[in-house]
Each structure stands twice: as structure tokens, then as C-alpha cells.
Design a protein around this ligand. Structure first.
Ligand code: NAD
Length: 501
């Protein structure tokens, strides 16, 4: 048994420096491939929440007024440093999240795309100008930062999800308090320290570690102007309601249950490869993972055979050892995901491949669960209705395209979906008829590139603003419309009506 008091403590990063927590509350951080606690993370109390927000508030006026060129230079430098040193960050991600190193690098690359987009911010927040709207009067608009913005992120993308938001928020002149997941907290500190090294002034990006207490502190703090949240649906709904009630602008992205619709004319080898990649990549702990294959008959038996064959060659193990799939985030989560296999059996589904008891290339105490495939999942089963968030792929059989679309549209979530077909007309119909925010056509994980926005429909998002892309710039700025007249010697006199000339 490890002496946890000797383990490193992940502390807050406030005002450009590591700040030792005095709250007396901590949470364990595990290496999921070892199944061992390797660190402890501080959990903020009210005084620490106040101090992070105060640092961001104090840094705001100077950062807002820093010239566009200087802000751009800091962003470019951050981009360069991140690109040079991403291997260090990937190692941190693998050691706390468990995802394999190549996938950790992929996550960083997707975050880097947003940094690159953010460097182009001057073009994206330009205002408008109309001369002579009335005699001698001009009107123009300007987009300005909000002030202190709060970002609350989930465990599954500890680098990418914060980078969906903070590069854009900071580029346009806001200052940030980031509350990362307490399950894998170190990536946020590493990113904030790197940004300081790139020249970001102290207090512009602060990392506050914590749990519900820290989150509630940000949701109710009068100096926090907006909240960007990504996590599970019940918490996203709570965040949206609480932050809105407290007068904040909110974007809250929730959970998902993503379907892949396979039409009979699809290339089944491509489909099987895609189902494996999208179902089991990052051990299924992706909000854009495919968790349900909807097979339009008669393809189900042949497709299942192809998926099963490929599953037998997947290696599961420590992400540092070039395996295909790593462990789950915690023992509790692994047990919860595994419990759905029992639910499937009890509900009469057919467990084609059972990932429990899989042989792994790693420590025996790791939080392992192998890839699992379940056929004939009843639509009433919790295996079908709930987000499992693990390497469990379900298959549902339908008789027609229409039945598949109706089934997907009946779901509570609307994050991502994909259609596999060689029929362009069917794909076009699908993109029109499906009630989902992100759609792949022969692409299993259609995460939009940085210059489009990321977000779903229904229970997958609360608030009307998606992440990054143009919507990100819109979210982190507010527009002023200015009506100006520079007086010349003529003066129109008193007029209590609206001007008409
Ligand atoms: P989570 O909802 O448990 O936690 C997310 C954040 O909320 C964390 O920072 C956590 O500390 C905080 N939190 C947890 N419980 C809270 C509470 N009761 N009150 C206030 N704050 C609380 O989510 P998770 O398990 O870290 O992440 C997985 C979930 O995130 C999945 O549902 C996944 O689909 C979702 N997700 C969605 C997207 C998307 O873009 N839609 C992207 C990634 C992950």
C-alpha cells in the first residue's frame, strides 16, 4: 500500500505561480494503467476560489488593452512551444488518463488547431461601420471581451477540451479561471505554465483545482461573466440553470450516445474498421465515440463477423507500450461500464464479445476492460438508453433507412452520428432529416475542424453557443454599437423624437 502523504500534490496555478492550497481537502489521482494512486490534487475552498477570480479580475484591464499585435505574438509563441514540447504533455495525459500515447498526441493536435485558429482573431472580431446614417452621424460596432470567464472541463480530454475555449477567450482579451477535472488535473497546470513561458501576463490564465465546491463558487461568483462547461448531461443541465440564474452567459456541452447507420450498400470492411476505431479508441471514453451500430438488414450478421474478427487482434494494455487501447479512468468507472454487460445479458441481448477478464499488456491492478460487442440490444435496455462511456459497442438491427433515422431521432442525445453508404442521395437525405449536431458521411467521428464549431443538439448541449469556430468568438465577446456625431458648427436644436433625416 502506497503512503499517499508522500505523493506529489497538484496545486492551483494562480497569478502566474503555483499556489499551495490551504483548504485541507484533496482527491486522489491515479495512474489507471497501474491502478495506483500516484498524486493528490488540491480541492479549492471559498478563499481559493476568490483568489483565482481576483487574480483574473486584476489582470483583465491590462490584458484587454494589450495591443492586438502583442496578443498575437504571445499566441504564436505558445503555439510554437506547445508544438515543440507536446511529447511531454502526451506523457502526462497517458499517465493520468490512460489513453495510449498516440491518441494523447492526437488530442493535443486537435487542441493546437484551436490555438492556430485563435492566432487569427483580429480578423474574426472586426466590427462594422456605416457612415452618414443620419446627417453627420456614423454608426459602428466593436466586439469586446467579457472580463473573467470560467471554464469547467471533463476528464476525457484534459488538454483538448480546455483548449477548445481558453485560446479564443484569451486571444480576444478575456482572463480565465479554468477548473479542470480532478481525475486528471496536471495537463491544465502544464498548459498554463507553458503559456506563461510564452509571455502571457500573470493572472490571465489561472487553474483552480476542485470539485463541486469550486464549480459552484464559479457559477455564483459575481465577477465571473461566463461559463463554458463540458461534461455529463445531468451536470451540464445544472451548470446551465445555475449559471443562467446568476446572470452569466453559458455554453454547457453534455453527454452523448452516438449511432452509426449502416445501409446495405455500404463497404462493410470500411464500416467494420470505422466501428472499431470509433467504438474502442480511447477505450470508448469519447463524447463522439460510436456506441451503437444501427445495421439495416440484411447486413448485420456479416458486419458483426467482420467487427468480431478485428476485435480479436486488438491489444489492450499500458498506453506507454504501443497497445491499441488503454484502461478506463477509475476502478469505479470500469466497474460501472462492466456492469452494463450483466444488464445486457439480463435484458436478453446477445453478448458476442465479453471484454471482462481480458488479457492485458500491463499491471494486473490497472482499470481494465476489454472491447465488448453486444448484438440484438433491446431498445428498452439501459445498455441502449444510457451513455455507457466505455469500450462497449452495441448493435441494433432495423429493416430500413427510415426505421434507422426514426430510431436515431428518438434518442435523448443529439451529439454526433454517422451514415455509411455509397448512395449519395441517401447521405444527402440523412444530413437533412437527422436531428443531430455533427454528422459524418462515411466518417465515423465527425469532430469539426477548428474553423467550424463543435456541438450537438438536445440533451448534448444547453445554451445556444457551440464550442470554438465562429461561435466561440461570438461567445467570448460582446458587441457595442456606437452612434457618433462630431459636431460641426450647425446644431439642430432640441428634438424629442427619433431623428428622421
Ligand atoms: P462530469 O460531468 O462528471 O464532470 C465534468 C466536470 O464537472 C468536472 O470538472 C467535474 O469536477 C465537475 N462536476 C462533476 N460533478 C459535479 C457536480 N455535482 N456539481 C458541479 N460540478 C461537477 O463529466 P466527466 O465524467 O468528467 O466527463 C465525461 C462526460 O463528459 C461524458 O458524459 C461525456 O459524454 C461528456 N463529454 C461531452 C463532450 C461534448 O463535447 N459534448 C466532450 C467531452 C466529454
Amino acid at each position: 500500500m502506497t503512503d499517499t502523504s508522500a505523493l506529489p500534490i497538484v496545486q492551483h496555478y494562480i497569478d502566474g505561480a503555483t499556489v499551495e492550497s490551504a483548504s485541507g481537502r484533496t482527491a486522489p489521482v491515479f495512474d489507471p494503467a497501474l491502478g495506483e494512486q500516484t498524486k493528490t490534487v488540491a480541492l479549492a475552498d471559498a478563499a481559493e476560489i476568490d483568489s483565482a477570480v481576483a487574480a483574473a479580475k486584476a489582470a483583465f484591464p491590462a490584458w484587454r488593452d494589450t495591443s492586438i499585435t502583442k496578443r498575437q505574438q504571445v499566441l504564436f509563441r505558445f503555439r510554437e512551444l506547445l508544438n515543440e514540447r507536446k511529447g511531454e504533455l502526451a506523457a502526462i495525459l497517458t499517465s493520468e488518463h490512460g489513453k495510449v500515447l498516440s491518441d494523447a498526441l492526437g488530442e493535443i493536435t486537435r487542441g493546437l488547431e484551436v490555438v492556430e485558429l485563435a492566432t487569427g482573431f483580429p480578423h474574426l472580431i472586426k466590427g462594422e461601420y456605416s457612415e452618414q446614417v443620419s446627417t453627420g452621424v456614423d454608426v459602428y460596432s466593436t466586439k469586446q471581451p467579457l472580463g473573467v470567464v470560467g471554464i469547467i472541463s471533463p476528464f476525457n480530454f484534459p488538454a483538448m477540451v480546455p483548449m477548445w475555449f481558453f485560446p479564443i477567450a484569451i486571444a480576444v482579451g478575456n482572463t480565465v479561471v479554468l477548473k479542470p477535472s480532478e481525475k486528471d488535473p496536471s495537463a491544465a497546470n502544464w498548459l498554463a505554465a507553458l503559456f506563461s513561458e510564452a509571455g502571457l501576463p500573470d493572472g490571465v490564465l489561472n487553474v483552480l483545482h476542485g470539485d463541486k465546491e469550486a464549480v459552484d463558487g464559479l457559477l455564483t461568483h459575481p465577477d465571473v461573466k461566463s461559463i463554458s462547461f463540458v461534461g455529463s448531461t445531468p451536470i451540464a443541465r445544472y451548470i446551465y440553470e445555475t449559471a443562467s440564474k446568476n446572470g452569466k452567459r453559458v455554453q454547457a456541452l453534455g453527454g452523448a450516445k452516438n449511432h452509426m447507420l449502416v445501409l446495405p450498400d455500404a463497404d462493410l470492411d470500411l464500416v467494420a474498421d470505422s466501428a472499431i476505431n470509433a467504438g474502442f479508441g480511447s477505450a470508448g471514453e469519447r463524447c463522439m465515440a460510436i456506441s451503437v451500430v444501427v445495421a439495416v438488414e440484411p447486413v448485420a450478421d456479416e458486419l458483426i463477423e467482420k467487427i468480431k474478427q478485428r476485435m480479436s487482434s486488438l491489444t489492450v494494455g499500458d498506453g506507454r507500450r504501443s497497445c491499441d487501447m488503454g484502461p478506463l479512468i477509475t476502478e469505479v468507472h470500469r466497474d460501472k461500464v462492466a456492469s452494463y454487460i450483466d444488464v445486457a445479458i439480463a435484458d436478453g441481448a446477445d453478448v458476442v464479445v465479453d471484454g471482462r477478464g481480458i488479457e492485458v499488456d500491463g499491471a494486473s491492478d490497472g482499470f481494465w476492460l476489454g472491447p465488448t460487442l453486444i448484438d440484438k440490444v433491446p431498445l428498452t435496455s439501459r445498455v441502449y438508453t444510457e451513455e455507457i462511456f466505455g469500450p462497449v459497442l452495441s448493435v441494433v438491427r432495423v429493416a430500413s433507412y427510415e426505421d434507422g433515422v426514426a430510431l436515431i431521432n428518438d434518442g435523448a442525445f443529439g451529439n454526433g452520428t454517422a451514415i455509411f453508404t455509397n448512395d449519395g442521395g441517401a447521405a444527402r437525405r440523412f444530413q437533412n432529416e437527422i436531428e443531430v449536431g455533427m454528422i459524418g458521411i462515411n466518417v465515423p467521428i465527425p469532430v469539426p475542424v477548428a474553423y467550424y464549431s463543435f456541438g450537438g443538439f438536445k440533451d448534448s448541449i444547453f445554451g445556444d453557443s457551440k464550442a470554438y469556430g465562429l461561435q466561440g468568438f461570438h461567445f467570448f465577446t460582446r458587441e457595442k454599437a456606437i452612434t457618433a456625431r462630431w459636431l460641426d458648427p450647425s446644431h439642430g436644436g432640441i428634438n424629442l423624437g427619433f431623428p428622421q433625416n
